[in-house]
Design a protein around this ligand. Structure first.
Ligand SMILES: Cc1ncc(C[n+]2csc(CCOP(=O)(O)OP(=O)(O)O)c2C)c(N)n1
Ligand SMILES: [Mg+2]
Length: 237
């Protein structure tokens, strides 16, 4: 069923309720982008979590409203340039300290299962979908998906950037059950955030003739904080 932009969770809840009323055990999966999930669809999604409806909700997070021309969403990271957060003024790009960390918001609802994943590790993603489908109640999987057009990156770097997002610590890949983190993907080769940011034109203003070291350090501090917050191990291979 192709729902409206912002009501995937509401439609999934309705489908689940209708199937239950008919006595049918049909598994329900809802899928939406980050704008549809963290902004316009957040109310229905929070309700779906609160009622613990038997639905798996998957968010494909490319960190902006890409279909409509790269406008900022609540999932756009700080300093990123979008059509609505231009690289102008004293603090170019998106602001710090705003936006929504939806995996943590989902965890706060203490639903049975929350997981994050990226397109760089499809086996990990597949395992998480399989695990989620074996659980009943509200489940949420948040998948980081680079957007070459919106991020200003080469198409061939899509998987690489997804991997660097995890290996820099900026995008923690983990599982949580009933509000507690239960598993975290270790970092195989820790990279400074610059290795992830520099190939993306949405961050080009940070790397001009005089690099914006203050902003780069703030982004690095976010990655460092994730390592301690999620107890991410670094393993040598
Ligand atoms: C109710 C409603 N408002 C606005 C739109 C226009 N619209 C279509 S796609 C889109 C952006 C979607 O962004 P996101 O959910 O992040 O998905 P992406 O395009 O990035 O994959 C918008 C605003 C719409 N279709 N319906
Ligand atoms: Mg999007």
């Amino acid at each position: 069923m192709h729902s409206l932009f912002g009501n995937a969770a509401a439609v999934a809840t309705g489908v689940f309720a209708a199937m239950r009323a008919k006595g049918r055990d049909t598994r329900v999966v809802a899928q939406a982008g980050d704008g549809g999930t963290v902004d316009i669809g957040l109310g229905p999604l929070s309700g779906m979590f609160e009622r613990n409806d038997d639905v798996l909700f998957i968010c494909y997070d490319n960190e902006a409203y890409m279909n409509t021309g790269v406008q900022r969403s609540g999932a756009t990271p700080p300093a990123a340039r979008t059509a609505t957060t231009q690289a102008v003024g004293e603090h170019p790009g998106n602001v710090f300290g705003q936006g929504k960390d939806l995996p943590r918001i989902a965890m706060a609802h203490e639903i049975p299962y929350v997981a994050t994943a990226t397109v760089a590790d499809l086996r990990d993603l597949e395992a998480k979908v399989e695990k989620a489908m074996a659980i009943r109640g509200a489940r949420y999987i948040h998948v980081l998906v680079p957007c070459p057009l919106g991020w200003g990156s080469a198409s061939k770097d899509t998987i690489l950037l997804a991997r660097l997002a995890q290996q820099s610590g900026l995008f923690p890949v983990f599982e949580a059950e009933f509000g507690e983190v239960t598993a975290v993907l270790p970092i195989r080769r820790r990279v400074p955030v610059t290795e992830y940011l520099q190939p993306q034109k949405r961050y080009a203003h940070l790397f001009g003739q005089t690099p914006d070291t203050e902003t780069i350090e703030r982004i690095q501090a976010q990655a460092d904080r994730n390592l301690s917050r999620y107890h991410i191990d670094e393993v040598e291979i």
